[in-house]
Write a protein that binds this ligand. Sequence first.
Ligand SMILES: [Mn+2]
Length: 318
Amino acid sequence: MQLQSDILSAQKVVILRHTKADYDAVGSQFGLAKLIAEKGEADQIIVGGSLPLNLINFGWETSPLKESDFEQALVILLDTATLSRIDFDGLNASVLQNARQIIKIDHHPVKEDEYPENTQRYIDTEASSTSEVLCKLFEINGNDVSLELAQYLYTGIIGDTGNFSYGFSSQTFVTTAQLVAGHDIQKFTDINHSLTVSSLDEARMKGYYYTNMQTEDDTAWIIISQQVLKKYSWSAELMSVYVNLLGTIEGIKKWILCIQYDDLSWRLRIRSQNVMINHLAQEYGGGGHPNASGIILQNSKQVEEQIQEIIEKLKKIK
Ligand SMILES: [Mn+2]
């Protein structure tokens, strides 16, 4: 097929994916880079985008992007429904104007993707993950590729299916079986394990959530001040990663994390299972999606009262 040969014959390739990268974003990105390195002709393969704190220790690496990277390049955009979510590493999407060719590969269904008109799209909404899309597109067989390549794509598949607990089809198993063929299976079970373990510090953060969260009916909340963060030397940013732990308690349908940053301002993250909570965020100058919204409150004498007021209002949302 033309698409595969365009990718494998390109001399200069830039591979990007969405911001707040997850395992599929990064797994498909590095998996494709490795595939091009092993089977393609490129002498320049550029892999960009910042990595979230919880993925940094996973052995992935990206390089800072420059505008000149895009000149005459084949740019491949992975796992990202809309262009505005692409991680250009601080650059503007206008750098795409210098690209020789643009290809989008994804598994998310979307009507309007904002991508440039000349973008070639390959979207397989039946696939569990972009990593699975790549496996199918290139008919990847583990016997013909390195262990490292197979591990990247495997990580993407188990990332988006939560270790095969949702969002997969029978084809996902066929594709995955072919992907791991010929390699020591222990190298893949090691990945399953590494995705479920956390550092001692992270485990203690989660423990803090479970110990200190409060609940009433279907609402859960936790308030974490700078005082607490300083006491344990935790960052507000990393601590916020676990906001959805509040939603893992039986019967909880909406929850809020109120956390204080270094500059003493408060970020309130409101989440819900199926009730709409964004109007509450809007009421306080915040915003977001129906099930995930945020509010920023500057530090003041009234801030604690304000937080309590917001929690009370959240409890009443049905
Ligand atoms: Mn994905």
